[in-house]
Design a protein around this ligand. Sequence first.
Ligand code: ADP
Ligand code: MG
Length: 619
Amino acid sequence: MADSMADETIVGIDLGTTNSEVAVYRNGAIEVIDLEGEQIMPSVVSLSPDGSLIVGTAAKNQAILYPERTAISIKRRMGSDESVSLGDKFFKPQEISAMILRELKVRAEKFLGYPVKKAVITVPAFFSDAQRQATRDAGVIAGFEVMRILNEPTAASLAYESDKTKNRIVLVYDLGGGTFDVSIVEAHGDATEVLASHGDTRLGGDDFDRLLLNDVIEEFIRQGNPDPRNTRLALGRLTQAIVRAKHELSFKPYTRIREENLLERDGVPLHMDMEISRQRYEDLIKPLVEKSFESVHKALNDSGKKADELDAVLLVGGMTRTPLVIRRLAEVLEKLPRTDVHPDLAVAMGAGILASRLGGHDDGRVLVDITPYSFGPEAATMGDFGIPIADRYAPIIKKGTPLPANETEEFATLCNNQEKWEVNVFQGENPIASRNIRIGQFIADGFSKVPAGNKVLCTFELDLNGILNVTVVEKLTGLSKRVRIENALGAMAKDDMKKARENLDSFFAAAPELSENLPENLSDDLPDGSTELATQSTKPLEIEAGAVSPAGTTVLAGLRHPARTLLEKAEARLEGMKEKDRSDVLALITRIRADITDGDNKDLPAAMAELDDLLYFLD
Ligand code: ADP
Ligand code: MG
């Protein structure tokens, strides 16, 4: 058994500038292999002082202390003849790449439990023949029979849609660690063709890191500290902290950099403790993101296609987890990019699909666990005249997100001295909270007695087993409350997830339901912070960015609507009322409910006043 597996197994490898991954067909599905703890292995090679070879994360960590013994971004040199030194030894680029491939092979074999001899390896669409040949050579040096060299955008398009019967044109936007490229890929039947590809070999995550690093360092210096750039170790630590912060800002509105004893002055240790907001980061990186669109337009032009002819926009590369990238792309192309395959695994998945087909498995379908529903708390939105519309739904984890998912959104209190938030957790797609399924409820209390606008972060974590953890944190104090909801996906079996995955195309093709159903009278004009209903603007629903109404949408902490207290008071008094009064009160209750549900904040104040008057009168 093991032997025949070994003979036929072909792995798919994304040999990236920054990171590499391996995918394989196993148990009926394509799987990105766990390479000892993680699916992603840094494409870094280092020779330790004792002469042993280190590859991956350990090598990346060495890069800070021993840059002269470490090779990073070797992919940039593939196809050239220059030598690269590791300490006092010299290597050709394909030899360094072979070390990476060899390590991937060893780890894959350890995971699978049998030898792996054949591979499909991906390369950028713009790679020349020499660069492709060098990649092939690296594979052979590593001990592989290289079955195919596959274009990365083609691989990505396979990962998103491997159904051969469908013809389609997709735009692949790939922003990795060191390079950016965008391709227009046409797939018909078994054949895929890269119609056009453009890129910028000097634009990638590293540039984003550098901007943030310098900004943080400048602030640190402004606070009266010495420049950490003059100390190698401090700079190294800070660089790693910056990358972590950048990643966190992809799913949180704030992050913190805490580095104890970063530097010292006159024997006194100096610490860094700095909060970074997503807003500040986005302001910094905006020019880089905009720059990438030049290539997008060029590629479209060259392909002879128009944006509205695209069947899908696919995200590839770890950097495309950045919300600003997704948002701007949606705006520029007027189409929601697909986010249902992890962007840093998509190329490996596609390589794995081709590998499995070459290995004779007909079913090369990608199976990715995604959530078939959205999840979020009830919220209020600010309508005209500063009247909040209650019973709004603020999805935090959106339908189609790969699992496990972990997302945070910022909310704000609606009232002065508001000490608690009754969090109602919903599952569903309707913009009106109560029309979704309520799967949990808890009270987050103990908030500080401060004016309205107190920031509250709400995190939703959903794992593959359908366990949902909801955490609410008061930003000011760090006070947190948490609830765990078992079986948030309901009885949905894996099969249904598969179906949901298959249905995704139509979902992404259609305009998002949420923004479609948003009432038109939602306004961006928030009242100023001093009123009773003062509130804090938060960002618009991320994923719908391209489609939200121009007025924008603001989501606030889901507090009790003022009308609810009145309704409860009225309901409590219904019994014992005269028939005529009772029907008048009931009519008003119904009218107010409808106003809340429909977001009709024009009629609501009048209806509330009438009911209030009537109750007063009946007293
Ligand atoms: P490559 O194709 O160059 O090997 P990847 O696709 O692995 O690169 O992307 C690596 C880049 O993606 C790095 O700059 C990394 O910091 C960035 N990245 C990874 N995860 C995230 C995230 N959650 N948010 C923002 N950037 C990320
Ligand atoms: Mg890549």
